[in-house]
Design a protein around this ligand. Structure first.
Ligand SMILES: *Cc1c(COP(=O)(O)O)cnc(C)c1O
Length: 394
């Protein structure tokens, strides 16, 4: 079924990107092929020249991948998207596409650990300068811009302290410097937050998380707001080659169908758990964007339609108490990653953010007692009971 802009998000989740295929399947077939044969030599030549629309080779374009890309682009309200082999493949694709030697990048302090490492240890080899700033502080953001700033990259809510950055204000400043605004929308998904409507130019996702939602795929995507920005990204993707494969694209596309209902349940469960933890005597502090105690609660209500499925909290007793908790919880599984239907618990300082230098980690609020939860879609009473089994042991 053809979808259009006026349709509701539930309809878009189910139908976006799906075209008519031979034999009339309601689900896109998995075109698990590396290459596509030409009718004759002339057609091959026309396809290569771009005079005819069609498929040549899967690294360049594949119908199963394209169906998923079109669906994510439509959900985000962007023009086009490029499926990547992982979230990091998508993030590095963006920097390789938008930057050249001598450019400056601003990056939020609260971003995914390997993103920080990529900028500070890999891009620095190519004479790209990076400044890390707390993007929830607009004064700091404004101060960080230079005449050679080409990109500002941030996550909102940030990882893992869930600090919220004002996409609209940051975009206005960035555009006055002719810099591109890139938002990592992994934590919110297009169901809860639409960065393009607030001024962003590029949206990136680790589809490993909520978009696929079932913890069985590693994948990423770059979505561009404007059609004219697409060719340079596709060209770079063809040459770096970090593309998603057809089977993973199929799985992600299947995951998208339930994205709206999953996000609703993630938010519902997380809100109750955040409130439960906030009143718990063994908990020092809870970070969740839809708690009134969150420093950017008002901005969260303005910019997003839900708090998401990730909660961080500071356990009293630091790392030792955290270990007891993680080793004794039930229902919750001790694992990194997030955004799947199953609930996970982890310790950022020794796990996801261990590769980040300690000073940067502390600047980003990642203390040794910080615990991160990815709240799944299980029954809420079981999730609270499972946490209690750990908390009672401390
Ligand atoms: C997981 C994650 C990434 C990296 O994605 P991979 O699919 O693991 O490469 C990037 N950004 C955020 C916010 C993430 O949570």
């Amino acid at each position: 079924m053809e979808t259009n802009e006026d349709m509701g998000v539930g309809t878009k989740c189910v139908h976006s990107g799906i075209k008519d295929y031979e034999f009339g399947p309601v689900v896109p077939p998995i075109y698990q092929t590396s290459t596509f044969k030409f009718k004759d030599a002339d057609q091959g030549a026309r396809l290569f020249k771009g005079e005819e629309d069609g498929f040549i080779y899967t690294r360049m374009r594949n119908p199963t991948i394209e169906a998923m890309e079109d669906a994510v682009a439509e959900l985000e309200g962007g023009a086009k998207a490029i499926g990547c082999a992982s979230g990091m493949a998508a993030i590095s694709l963006i920097f390789f596409t938008l930057l050249q030697s001598g450019n400056h990048v601003i990056c939020g302090t609260s971003v995914y650990g390997p993103t920080t490492t990529f900028l500070s240890q890999i891009l620095s080899k190519f004479n790209v300068e990076v400044t890390f700033v707390d993007t929830s502080n607009i004064v700091e953001v404004e101060k960080a811009f230079k005449t050679n700033t080409r990109v500002i990259f941030f996550e909102t809510p940030g990882n893992p302290t869930l600090s919220v950055s004002n996409i609209r204000q940051i975009s206005e400043i960035a555009h006055s410097y002719n810099a591109s605004v890139v938002v990592d929308n992994t934590f919110m998904s297009p169901i809860l937050q639409k960065p393009f409507e607030l001024g962003a130019d590029i949206v990136v996702h680790s589809m490993t998380k909520f978009l696929n939602g079932h913890a069985d795929v590693v994948a990423g995507i770059v979505v561009v707001k404007r059609k004219e920005d697409y060719p340079i990204f596709r060209k770079m993707s063809n040459h770096i080659g970090g593309v998603i494969d057809p089977f993973n694209a199929f799985l992600v596309h299947r995951g998208l169908k339930t994205l709206e209902i999953r996000m609703k349940k993630h938010c519902e469960n997380a809100q109750q758990i955040a409130e439960y933890l906030e009143q718990h005597p063994k908990v020092e502090r809870v970070w969740y964007p839809f708690l009134k105690s969150h420093p950017q609660y008002e901005l969260s209500l303005e910019q997003t339609t839900g708090g998401g499925g990730v909660i961080s909290f500071e356990i009293k007793g630091g790392i030792e108490a955290g270990k007891i908790l993680m080793n004794n919880v039930k229902v919750w599984q001790l694992a990194v990653s997030l955004g799947g239907v199953e609930s996970l618990i982890q310790h950022p300082a020794s796990m996801t953010h261990a590769s980040m230098p300690k000073e940067l980690r502390e600047e980003a609020g990642i203390t040794d007692g910080l615990v991160r939860l990815s709240v799944g879609i299980e029954t809420i009473d079981d999730l609270i009971w499972g946490l209690e089994q750990g908390l009672n042991k401390i």
